[in-house]
Design a protein around this ligand. Structure first.
Ligand code: 13P
Length: 254
């Protein structure tokens, strides 16, 4: 029933240790991507391995993403990377506001600025949101709504086609189990409502929503079908080539 193409994004985080291993993961992933029909796949390795994805890209639709960007396009900001530079080397997706970066002090305001720069440079922004604690009373709902509104404050209605929301409940990241798909569904409905209040229903319905947090090839089909999401933001399983290949296969068959 989802009419949009599915989207699987691999967030490699700070892995693997060597370019040789990165090449192996890319080669295996590329092989798996070649036979997909309904699924877009993005690999977000550490910046230093970007070129390996690009050189492997020519014959397959494996797209290149990165895990962060600076708030300014250029200037005196030692150690940072601007959105136009990423675009220029062939990056088409940028993960913004991952909870691991928010834990280092990244604010909603910076997330908003980064998202604006990414879209301005012509790339797609994967904006991460999610609650730290999921209590039974629903106390997380208002803060989550605020986080979404503030993080998207610089994204206009006409730019939503370059926007993807990654819902990652913080406690489910790096955990043993993913969130219960029935609860993912509740959260997806909530996020769609927030987006619809900001952009209107038509625009909001075009935004793909991903789930992230301990997704693997076993739980992926249920999270997508029961959870009502358009795809997944995948950590550990994305650097496990056999598991990731299996995940792509089962998701594409949904
Ligand atoms: P895991 O899939 O390893 O839990 O990580 C999820 C994540 O943070 C993806 O961005």
């Amino acid at each position: 029933m989802p009419s949009k193409r599915k989207l699987i994004v691999g967030n490699w985080k700070v892995n693997p240790d060597s370019a040789a291993e990165a090449k192996r993961i890319i080669k295996e992933t590329k092989k798996a991507v070649a036979s997909l029909k309904r699924t877009d796949v993005v690999a977000c390795p550490p910046y230093v391995y970007s070129n390996l994805v690009l050189s492997a890209k020519s014959k397959t639709p494996l797209e290149l993403g990165v895990q962060n960007v600076w708030t300014e396009p250029r200037g005196s900001f030692t150690g940072e990377i601007g959105a136009p530079m990423l675009r220029d080397i062939g990056v088409s997706w940028v993960i913004i506001g991952h909870s691991e970066r928010r834990a280092m002090g990244e604010t909603d305001e910076q997330v908003a600025k980064k998202s604006f720069e990414v879209i301005e440079a012509g790339m797609n922004a994967i904006v991460c949101v999610g609650e730290k604690v999921h209590d039974a009373q629903g106390a997380y709902l208002d803060p989550l709504k605020e986080q979404i509104r503030n993080s998207l404050s610089k994204i206009s209605k006409k730019s939503v086609k370059q926007l993807v929301i990654a819902y990652e409940p913080v406690w489910a990241i790096g955990a043993k189990d993913a969130m219960d798909p029935a609860v993912v569904q509740e959260m997806t409905i909530f996020i769609k409502k927030v987006l619809s209040d900001i952009y209107g229903q038509d625009e909001a319905s075009s935004v793909r929503i991903l789930y992230g947090g301990s997704a693997n090839f076993r739980n992926a089909p249920e999270i997508i079908t029961k959870g009502g999401v358009d795809g997944l933001l995948v950590g550990r399983e994305s650097v496990n080539p056999s598991g990731f290949a299996e995940m792509l296969k089962v998701v594409d068959a949904l």
